[in-house]
Write a protein that binds this ligand. Sequence first.
Ligand SMILES: Nc1ncnc2c1ncn2[C@@H]1O[C@H](COP(=O)(O)OP(=O)(O)OP(=O)(O)O)[C@@H](O)[C@H]1O
Ligand SMILES: [Mg+2]
Length: 317
Amino acid sequence: METILKVEGLKTYYFTSTGVVKAVDGVNFTMQRGESLGIAGESGCGKSTLAYSLMNLVPPPGKIVDGSIILDGMDIAKMDEDSLRNEVRWKKVAMVFQGAMNALTPVYKIGKQLAEPLVIHGNISEDEAIEKAKEILPKVGLDPNIINRYPHELSGGMKQRVMIAMALIMNPDIVIADEPTTALDVIVQAQILNLLKKLKWEMGINLILISHDLSIMAEVVDRLIIMYAGKIVEIGNSEDVFGKPNHPYTQGLLNSIPKLGTHELNYIPGLPPDLRNPPKGCRFADRCPYVMDICRREEPPMFEVGNGHYSYCWLNR
Ligand SMILES: Nc1ncnc2c1ncn2[C@@H]1O[C@H](COP(=O)(O)OP(=O)(O)OP(=O)(O)O)[C@@H](O)[C@H]1O
Ligand SMILES: [Mg+2]
């Protein structure tokens, strides 16, 4: 197996007027070539911030404050803007941004918007870029003629396919899709997920799929990262994390997926901690049904709980 991405000790903070938000606070993981990775966790746990960090494109007042992101021998966390723009963004790592399909500019045709990253990063003319865009559209299940249409003439699912095409256009190694199906109805959701799976197989894309919805991840990703309050709490093969969840937070998340035929609505009581002032020890302690003294005193280390399956929980001591 070849490691294509290695993230170590990553910390990304937002420096706001009311304090420092520790949105990603010491994250470690690796990604192997050909593998797809899912990142799941409640709203606000740092999924998008982690994704932005992987392109070193964290919006202000955020920035990477520590750690390394090694891709192809380069440390993305420490690269300057020029090198990031010329060597990394879109070419090596591309992203389908959360909510981006609603950010297509209404006044430009799809072709012009699709071509934009190519013109900016690929040193080619707009006409050439539009030709390239036409080649990529059938790969995402769209007719090349939609380059002449305006965004309002497309359905939500079509717009999301355009966003995926935009991420693919420079033939990147890694594609990050941040909540790519959230605003879509269930049928279109399934179509988009199938498309991502197909692209992974046909184009050899290393997919990082982000969602708060564990049930949609089951089908798509090989390995799963569960995040809570800026940290990874569990990581492992999807079947293991779904089938034998170790961390009480993962168990709670899986229990809160609505089940057909019951009227029960389970959820995890309480709220995630304030990331400006996270508790010491385990960040989940206040909501954990199994909390012990040590959990409030010391941060749990990583425990191996199965083959390639790790959990940061003192219950495994
Ligand atoms: N621009 C910003 N300025 C200040 N704080 C921010 C900013 N963006 C995000 N945060 C904070 O960082 C934390 C992580 O946010 P992030 O958007 O990464 O979460 P997420 O897991 O992607 O959530 P969601 O599922 O809602 O998309 C949250 O506490 C959020 O309030
Ligand atoms: Mg997000």
